[in-house]
Design a protein around this ligand. Sequence first.
Ligand code: 13P
Length: 256
Amino acid sequence: MRRPVIAGNWKMHLSLAEGLALATEIRNRCGRFRTGEVVLAPVAVQIHPIAQRLADSNIAVAAQNCHAAAKGAFTGELSPTQILDAGATYVIIGHSERRQFFGETDEGVGKKGRSALDHGLIPILCIGETLAEREAGRTLEVVCRQLDAAIAPLSPEEVAGVIIAYEPVWAIGTGRTATPNQAQEVHAAIRRRLAEKTSPAVAERVRLQYGGSVKPDNIAALMAEPDIDGALVGGASLEAQSFIQIVTGALGAESN
Ligand code: 13P
């Protein structure tokens, strides 16, 4: 029903030569999956060459951020139309690193998601609690607040087409993955919240990715959970072998 989607977030890593080599190997070894989608998110200046390299595959490209405006005097920013022009079809919005280090707000995430959809990009809307919030028992409160703001500007039909990535901040780059049970608990709560805010039918269609220390050895257990529809992978997406193992583990053995 829900088509699984595995995305690699390269963050601010890799030279152009490294990115092209990695994209080429991923394309050659898992560019024809029919059972799900694979998305790569290079740094902004590499979107165009990476998208060109992947043009003959069904691997899509994502930007890691966008501005809410289509154009304007915003030095250093990228608009959704420019991202689309460069060859990306997805955009990651509200990643915890953007919230933590670049002042992204819940409301700003909502505006960016709205704009991404207006310009034909599929947003991957990121939400997730910090360790302090989890330890204070506030996980669901925080995640629901972020979710509500991210989807507030969208119609139910639009919500059905976005991807929500649950990334607990304490699991990002720490090697400390949420257990499949912990992740499923939050994913189920996110789907319940989506059902309340839209409708049960819409909530059933929304793809929910888990992110945070996803590795070849934990992907299968995560994907076995009923409300986990994919993964947003950081560190393990920077190396062909581990990313391909994650894709294969999530989407099955089908390959070239
Ligand atoms: P890691 O897989 O390195 O923990 O990063 C997760 C992430 O932030 C993906 O967006």
